[in-house]
Design a binder for this molecule. Structure first.
Ligand code: 5BU
Length: 278
């Protein structure tokens, strides 16, 4: 039986991990009293920077898709790093790698984005098998980076269910130095364990997208839950919120900051309730 690490405080859980990125994520959660990651999916660098500056005080992490920027230039990275120091948060480039080991190693280290050089955390589809972890860890591990596997998705009709999810967890279990957790909709400890395998003390970091307070979904298959449902109901550790915070107007930075504060408060209240309900 797993030991339900999500009943422990974030600060205590930093000690359950050897990976330096996992440790800093849990320490940041505890220090900032925020389990909110904001996903900033905009196409102009100027909007990206303005939104990050507005939500920065309320987040533990900023999730990016740098490949959607029309005007990406590597000098942007210095500005992103400045904001992460100013506001004390980490970066998660939601790259969703899905190729053979050799190719993902090149995609992670090189090209215009050089993701491994600045993003603390990234993620990968388990579909190619363990070689994808081998490829990414050859670049990320020496830099102290961490990886999440996509064990489940928030979209209607997702194929990442059942046996696929179980196989993803088994893959992660074999690479705990680099794989720190999952993108998932619930906790993953004990899932897919082999007979006789001791999974008693395992702890995975669970980041969950598909969070919204005012809407149940979008026109393209996205499905939303509330922070309370995700953190208290399903035991997820970090909520990922995009359009629920920056809406349709990336220029409305005053509103954006206030919305981030509200999601942060809801996410943290759900966490406090969770650790109190032993
Ligand atoms: P939204 O605006 O809160 O719907 O944005 C959600 C973000 O999370 C967006 O960047 C997606 O690419 C990302 N996402 C997701 O929504 N669902 C998933 O299962 C995964 C990522 Br994996």
């Amino acid at each position: 039986m797993p030991s339900y690490p999500h009943k422990q405080t974030y600060g205590a859980r930093a000690l359950n991990f050897t990976n330096p990125t996992a440790k800093s994520i849990f320490e940041t959660l505890e220090r900032k009293k925020s389990n909110l990651a904001v996903s900033v999916d905009v196409t102009k660098a100027e909007d990206l920077l303005a939104i990050i500056d507005a939500v920065g005080p309320y987040v533990c992490m900023i999730k990016t898709h740098v490949d959607i920027l029309d005007d990406f230039d590597f000098s942007l990275i210095e500005q992103l790093q400045h904001l992460s120091e100013k506001h004390d948060f980490l970066y998660f480039e939601d790259r969703k790698f899905a190729d053979i080991g050799n190719t993902v190693a090149l995609q992670y280290s090189s090209g215009v984005h050089k993701i491994a050089s600045w993003s603390h955390l990234t993620n990968a589809h388990p579909v190619p098998g363990p070689s994808i972890i081998k490829g990414l860890s050859s670049i990320g591990l020496p830099l102290g980076r961490g990886l999440l596997l996509l064990a489940e998705m928030s979209t209607k009709g997702s194929l990442a269910v059942g046996e696929y999810t179980e196989a993803a967890v088994r893959m992660a279990r074999q690479h705990r130095d680099f794989v720190v957790g999952f993108i998932a909709q619930r906790r993953m400890e004990g899932i897919g364990a082999q007979a006789g395998e001791d999974v008693t003390d395992e702890d995975f970091l669970i980041l969950t997208p598909g969070i919204g307070l005012e809407s149940k979904g979008d026109a393209m298959g996205q499905q939303y839950r509330t922070p309370r449902e995700a953190v208290l109901g399903s035991g997820c550790d970090v909520i990922i919120v995009g359009r629920g915070i920056y809406g349709t107007d990336p220029k409305a930075v005053n509103i954006i900051g206030a919305k981030a504060e509200r999601y942060m408060a809801e996410g943290w209240a759900a966490y406090l309730e969770r650790i109190a309900s032993n």
